[in-house]
Design a protein around this ligand. Structure first.
Ligand code: IPM
Ligand code: MN
Length: 353
């Protein structure tokens, strides 16, 4: 297979983990005889500094011409504490999602047996937890009408029936391929937008008789995720709720640095870690590259390269088993490996296999 990859490394730890993702993809391509080419493009604060736009036209074009985007992270502290900044790095990520029509963000929450002790939750609760959060990614408050005044500000949480239907369909399709249990997470006791979600889901449920559909308010869902994470198989929810719940989900796995995601829709799909740019760690070679590397596995699986994806996952598992881990997940007293060392260990494993 030939694959053209747009590489958007972004800010903070982005460039460091991006290199590891690219190296892993290249090792897989060499092993399996695929031809992968890369084109890098600017985004986030780096792009603001260079050309004044967090998602420049040239970057959009490179993404549109690619088969997939390998994205890392955006964000910079110089914008975080300046609410009056006119452009922000995060707008670049949102522009990319919108302009590529990436309405479905798939965020798997998995546990790794050898990292169970890293979860702040009790071992017996977390062991075996395995669910997918399908987050709607181009609607809701992130994109609704906004007003930002000194004395009043608002964001509008708007959803159309078509937007709700297409994301629920993605949820049902995942549920059918898994344990056939879909939980629609909303706040229908308060929000009109959520009542539309619930109405549409109730209409669609009979079309998927093999799937058990249930509904849960988001406050309750956030509690249930901690009390009984194994309850969930596929959850589907709006943009803002999905953003919040998936950070919570990363605690089940034990580290933010472990969770990959895929954003798909009408344009080029994007594969990215769920974590941010962790500016404090920039250049220190301590960031965990596994979320980025697992995003490569998701990329391969998207193109139906199952064996290739499986080998990436096997290599990641092997690195964890061998205690080749970045500091935040290292066992007590164990050697601490850097971003580079973990990535290259995985590359070597793939090459030797
Ligand atoms: C995420 C991030 C982004 C979001 C930020 C960086 C805009 O938190 O991908 O979850 O809120 O969607
Ligand atoms: Mn987030």
């Amino acid at each position: 297979m030939t694959l053209k990859i747009a590489v958007l490394a972004g800010d903070g730890i982005g460039p460091e983990i991006s290199v590891q993702g690219v190296d892993v993809l290249t090792a897989i391509a060499e092993k399996f005889g695929h031809e992968v080419t890369y084109k890098s493009a600017l985004c986030g604060a780096t792009a603001i500094d260079a050309v004044g736009d967090p998602f420049p036209e040239a970057t959009l074009r490179i993404c549109q011409e690619a088969d997939a985007v390998l994205f890392s992270a955006v964000g910079d502290p110089k914008f975080d504490n300046n609410p009056s900044a006119k452009v922000r790095p995060e707008q670049g990520l949102l522009a990319m999602r919108k302009q590529l029509g990436l309405f479905a963000n798939v965020r798997p929450v998995q546990t790794f047996d050898c990292l169970i002790h890293k979860s702040p939750l009790k071992d017996e609760l977390v062991r075996g937890a395995d669910f997918i959060c399908i987050r709607e990614l181009t609607g809701g408050m992130y994109f609704g009408e906004k007003h930002e005044g000194d004395d009043m500000a608002y964001d509008t949480n708007k959803y159309t029936r078509a937007e709700v239907e297409r994301i629920l369909k993605v949820g049902y399709e995942y549920a059918l391929r898994r344990r056939k249990h879909l939980t629609v997470v909303d706040k229908a006791n308060v929000l009109a937008s959520s009542r539309l979600w619930r109405k549409v889901a109730q209409e669609m449920a009979p079309l998927y008789p093999d799937v058990q559909t249930d509904f849960m308010y988001v406050d309750n869902a956030s509690m249930r995720m901690i009390q009984e994470p194994r309850f969930f198989d596929v959850m589907v929810t709006e943009n803002t709720f999905g953003d919040i719940l998936t950070d919570e989900g990363s605690c089940i796995s034990g580290s933010m640095g472990l969770l990959p995601s895929a954003s798909t829709g009408t344009g080029t799909p994007v594969f990215e870690p769920i974590h941010g740019s962790w500016p404090q760690a920039k250049g220190l070679n301590i960031a965990n590259p596994l979320a980025q590397i697992l995003s490569v596995a998701m990329l391969l699986e998207y193109f139906d390269l199952k064996e290739e994806g499986a080998l990436v996952r096997e290599a990641v598992d092997a690195s964890l088993e061998a205690n080749v881990r970045t500091p935040e997940i290292q066992v007590e007293g164990g050697a601490k490996y850097g971003t580079c060392e973990v990535g290259q260990w995985i590359v070597d494993y793939i090459r030797k296999k």
